[in-house]
Design a protein around this ligand. Sequence first.
Ligand code: ADP
Ligand code: ASP
Ligand code: MG
Length: 439
Amino acid sequence: MQVLKFGGTSVGSAERMQALVKLVANPHPKIVVLSAMSGTTNALVEIANALYNKEPGKANELIKKLEEKYLTEVAKLYKAEVSLNKGKQLINYHFDYLRSFTLDMFTSNEEKAILAQGELLSTALFHFYLEEIGVKSVLLPSLNFMRIDENEEPDLTYIENNLQLELAKNQEANLFITQGYICRNAFGEIDNLKRGGSDYTASLIGAAIRAEEVQIWTDIDGMHNNDPRVVNKTHPIHELSFDEAAELAYFGAKILHPTCILPAQKRNIPVRLLNTMQPQAKGTIITSSNHNTGIKAVAAKDGITAINIKSGRMLLAYGFLRSVFEVFERHKTPIDMITTSEVAVSLTIDNATNLPAIIKELEAFGNVEIDKDQAIICIVGDFSGEKKGYANKVFDALKEIPIRMISYGGSAHNISVLVNGDQKKDALIALNKGIFNYN
Ligand code: ADP
Ligand code: ASP
Ligand code: MG
């Protein structure tokens, strides 16, 4: 069994949905994971914000605008009157549900339910389309099997057991369609795997069913050597190891959800990145083996906060770092980069929600300084063989960029540097020139 995930642009219009048929309508057994049509989740976020700010008029307007888009697309998607009516009824049902919140109370639970509507719509509309053209498929409700636990981590045993139950209901079927991104939480409420989470759904399903391969179909021909939204010239990388892909995803390569590689890696399931607009393109294959060494790609993650703790007490003190780490553990805040000197430690966090409480506790150790709006530039490759020259190449390329922190040696495939957020673009351009010879 394969898992094929199609992102927002791949299901973004009637035309795009129709084009998917040639990729999914073959006898090979598969689970197809769909995102919401492009722009939908952003629109749902806006609707939820309007409701949260007690602006029902604005929310209604936004709901109407989004509904019109869906009505236009279904009119193009279906030929038969019956399917068109089914599509319209579905749209009616979901948009009436959204409108019900303009009259009722609104809490964060309802916000999650609102965000779930996009994937519920796209999967049902596609399923009806397959039905219209005579391609048999089964709609799998991901809310029946996809679950996160109290720590917001996927509960793989639950997912595995409940997905098997759903699949067993349709033993004859070879084409299943399900929603990416959405799940239930430990309390059974509707929740989600965070923005971009459909990739994560696909990888979790792949791990749960021990799929032969997970394919992530998107609007670009694989993982590129640099961020194509920032620099002009980039090229696809045909092979990556799980570790390299995980670093790139975590440090900002938007093509993959930050944690999507881990479930596939755990069960050694290859992940292939492919382009729906160019299905013949080779894309990227991500596996446990690594054939090429050297620097392969760079990525950047912004909105990073750097924290510096200067402490006389650190001098020769064992247990100091443990005490510092415990503060972050108590506040469930992961640390990305860390550097130490004899009298100070600098570290970075991505999620600054609990920053005030963290600072308060850290001040017990010494003087604490904060730099907001920093960016981590991550240089990824396989540096395990020939260890000479990589760092030199990176720092030579970045010689004009002020660097705040450096991390090298934590693993054999990552060099990270911290720069001011407004230097991110220049740093990526400089690396594209210095490492990949693009002007
Ligand atoms: P989808 O909606 O299919 O999930 P995304 O927009 O989440 O697609 O991811 C694909 C986009 O990721 C590409 O259009 C590209 O602009 C962006 N991207 C950022 N960094 C990279 C990279 N290193 N390689 C490929 N794409 C990247
Ligand atoms: N629709 C969700 C989002 O836009 C999930 C996804 O596309 O992966 O974030
Ligand atoms: Mg995505």
